[in-house]
Write a protein that binds this ligand. Structure first.
Ligand SMILES: Cc1cc2nc3c(=O)[nH]c(=O)nc-3n(C[C@H](O)[C@H](O)[C@H](O)COP(=O)(O)OP(=O)(O)OC[C@H]3O[C@@H](n4cnc5c(N)ncnc54)[C@H](O)[C@@H]3O)c2cc1C
Length: 404
């Protein structure tokens, strides 16, 4: 009887999981009729989330139908509402509101993450975000609409909530974006509000001075040690009482794993990620693997763990898909590892910073050289492979075996 692998999500992890499972199926000479691999997601499209802070965010997508067809991967459009691990089924709702149940022999949960919104008064009504496509498109529309409003300090001001990686990338993009929309001579103001005592708190002492200098060069202000307490239609009030008039507030302080992780009987971390076994299996659910932003996995034996990043999602996905297929085909599963860790942080139109290592993080490249690497990563490396069977399988193999 035919066996079925279901993969929830068509993001970086889901794509690599599907291709890796299909690659092993192909290598073992198993027919797609005997082992069906089905990706379930709202659309057969990769949303290139790391580019959602750029201009035209609606275009930051890549179609997947052709690569799925070339590799005999099935696609089922819909949103998984529930996972029943006792029955081995997922319940899916499609865009028309109809529901469907699919059975699985192995399930890969790669439903990603979303921006975390704490209950700050006014945030849901007045805050923007770039963590998902709809939010990024709405922000882009809002920025263009500013040009129609009367000129004022508040109109020309953007507050970015959160000085982590995403906050810095958004903030350093904003001066250029605003001048493009409002006019080159407009006195634009961009302010990062960070509750911690420094920007880029995870970056460490070697890279941080470069980032701080770059913020100063771009005229970006910072408010440290006090978070946003409240938003309204004309600005924000900080926890220390400071008022900033701003018609644009972009919230970029934190991510949470897909709520589907809460349906699985395993321990989760403070981001909602499942603490997976070495082969990415979900403890307590032996037929389920979690991967990408839904999983917290040890990357090495030094005490480091995967982060919510494409770098980790692609490789985690490749291991999870391989292991789901291996489990059904009688092959040993593989323990995930990813010892190399790099960060390439965008710092505006012509500069980035590239670091290597967990702690300390060593700066390898800055300026235009780092920017070139950033553009290669964001516009080439993380995109889906060509819709050619061998190319796609090689891409999935590389994602599992080639480290930075
Ligand atoms: C603005 C921004 C900048 C970033 N910059 C970087 C960067 O520079 N470098 C880096 O490495 N990472 C970066 N990241 C993080 C990176 O984008 C994520 O870690 C990565 O997308 C995770 O991949 P994933 O496949 O786990 O999840 P996702 O890419 O989120 O994909 C999840 C998939 O699951 C689908 N899905 C969700 N729920 C369901 C459901 N219930 N049923 C069916 N399908 C579902 C979604 O539609 C999507 O197809 C950035 C993220 C953002 C938002």
């Amino acid at each position: 009887m035919s066996q079925q692998i279901i993969i929830i999500g068509a993001g970086f992890a889901g794509l690599m999981a599907a291709l890796s499972a299909a690659r092993l199926r192909d290598e073992k000479g198993v027919s797609p009729k005997d082992l069906t691999i089905t990706v379930v997601a709202p659309e057969p499209t990769l949303i290139v989330r790391p580019r959602l802070y750029e201009r035209d965010p609606g275009t930051m997508i890549a179609p997947l139908s052709d690569v799925f067809a070339a590799t005999d991967i099935s696609f089922h459009a819909g949103f998984v509402d529930t996972i029943d691990i006792e029955r081995g089924t997922v319940c899916i709702t499609n865009a028309a509101g109809d529901t469907d149940n699919l059975s699985y022999d192995r399930l890969v949960v790669s439903a990603g993450s979303h921006g975390f919104q704490p209950p700050i008064p006014g945030l849901a009504d007045f805050g923007h975000s770039v963590t998902d496509r709809d939010g990024a498109v709405a922000l882009d529309k809002h920025l263009h609409a500013l040009a129609e409003r009367p000129a004022s300090r508040a109109r020309n001001t953007v507050v970015v909530g959160g000085g982590g990686f995403t906050g810095i990338e958004v903030a350093t993009e904003m001066p250029g974006r605003l001048r493009e929309i409002l006019g080159v001579d407009t006195p634009v103001r961009v302010i990062i509000v960070e509750r911690g005592q420094c920007v880029a708190p995870d970056m460490g002492p070697e890279p941080r001075p470069y980032i701080e200098a770059r913020l100063r060069d771009l005229g970006i202000e910072t408010r440290l040690g006090s978070g946003i307490a409240q938003l309204d239609g004309s600005g924000v009030t900080l926890e220390n009482g400071e008022r900033i008039e701003a018609e644009t507030v972009i919230w970029s302080a934190g991510m949470r794993a897909s709520p589907l992780t809460a349906q699985l009987p395993a321990e989760r971390d403070n981001l909602g990620r499942i603490l997976v076994d070495p082969d990415l299996r979900v403890p307590g659910a032996p037929h389920v693997f979690a991967t990408g932003d839904t999983a917290k996995a040890a990357t090495d034996s030094e005490g480091n763990f995967s982060l919510m990043s494409c770098q980790h999602a692609r490789r985690l996905g490749a291991f999870a898909g391989h292991n789901a297929a291996a489990d059904l085909l009688g092959e040993p599963t593989l323990a995930y590892d990813q010892p190399a860790y790099v960060v390439c942080l965008d710092l505006g139109p012509d500069t980035a910073i590239f670091t290597r290592g967990w702690s300390p993080r060593t700066v390898e490249l800055t300026g235009a050289a780092a920017k070139k690497v950033k553009m290669d990563i964001n516009a080439v490396w993380i995109y889906p492979p060509a819709a050619e069977r061998e190319v796609a399988f090689q891409n999935a193999f590389d994602a599992r075996t080639v480290d930075f």
